[in-house]
Write a protein that binds this ligand. Sequence first.
Ligand code: SF4
Ligand code: SF4
Length: 348
Amino acid sequence: MSLTEQIKHKAADLGFELVGIAPVEPVPELSFYRDWIEAGYAGKMAYLERSADKKSDIRQVVPEAKSVIVCAKFYHAPQPLSVEKEDRDCGWISRYAWGDDYHDLLQKKLFELIDFLQAEAPEPVLTRAYVDTGPVVDRVFAKYAGIGWFGKNTCIINQKLGSWFFLGEIITSIELDYDHPAPDRCGSCQRCIDACPTDALLEPYVLDSRRCISYLTIELRDDIPVETRAGIGNHVFGCDICQDVCPWNNRAQSTRDPEFQPRPGLLAPRLDELASLTVEQFRARFKGSPIKRAKYKGFLRNVAVAMGNSRNQQFLPILEELLQDDEPLIAEHARWAKSKIMTETGLL
Ligand code: SF4
Ligand code: SF4
């Protein structure tokens, strides 16, 4: 068995559903990434701008890099989709964030794969592992590693598994047998573009993060622009809509991995319950969860916006309390939410 085949078997043993290998070489998508940042579509994600040079050629960081091993871990828990469970009194948390933080889990598996590679390789090899970090534009290498094609919703889509998976990469100095890029199977479909509530998909394959609910509710630390708040609906952390409507996810199987099943209270939690969390309760409840990335004040900001979109007058006393909050970010969004409910229900 070749070293490439051994690596793929080992990755499968470690629980990765997909693994592919791409060569390190210039490809058009890497210059597109730079253009995308220069167009301002990354919003205030300054870390993306800072790493743009390195990401356009990973050899600036790892000069010896020859291959990227891309591993995918499927996380689709057997629960309803956001578009099937619309209850405006409840918030929606993105599917990927229902369970444990995937970074540690994937890193651990990648390190085990590295140990295996170093033990089996005929020569000393340099390796680096990344999960959402480092100089790798993961989706570009995932495409060239044959994991899936780059969909019009900008997710990597696998013909059999859909798009509900996390990606991790190992950059290595050893040459391996390379996979072929997956062909684009979006065809004439554009359901994701039509379904996006904030028109964040400007055209096929082009996302303006500044309009995307995932960016607005997770990455943005400041005020959410007023003109985008209504489109956020009941989302309090991330958004799944453009994946929910993708036909390639219709036939997606489900995972039974316990790490990715919804923690208690994360599947469509009631907004009034989230709004009453103290800082300490927030920290305790989301320990080890991706949700802690939003931080307390960002999360409460999101909850206030979702309440404002609910038209539910019963939330007014809670919003009244939130708008007294010492944190201006929470207070301002609560003020907006109160005013929106009162206007839309005829109280103003
Ligand atoms: S995640 Fe939501 S807001 Fe962002 S592009 Fe997809 S549908 Fe639009
Ligand atoms: S919804 Fe259609 S256009 Fe969008 S990513 Fe899926 S297949 Fe492609």
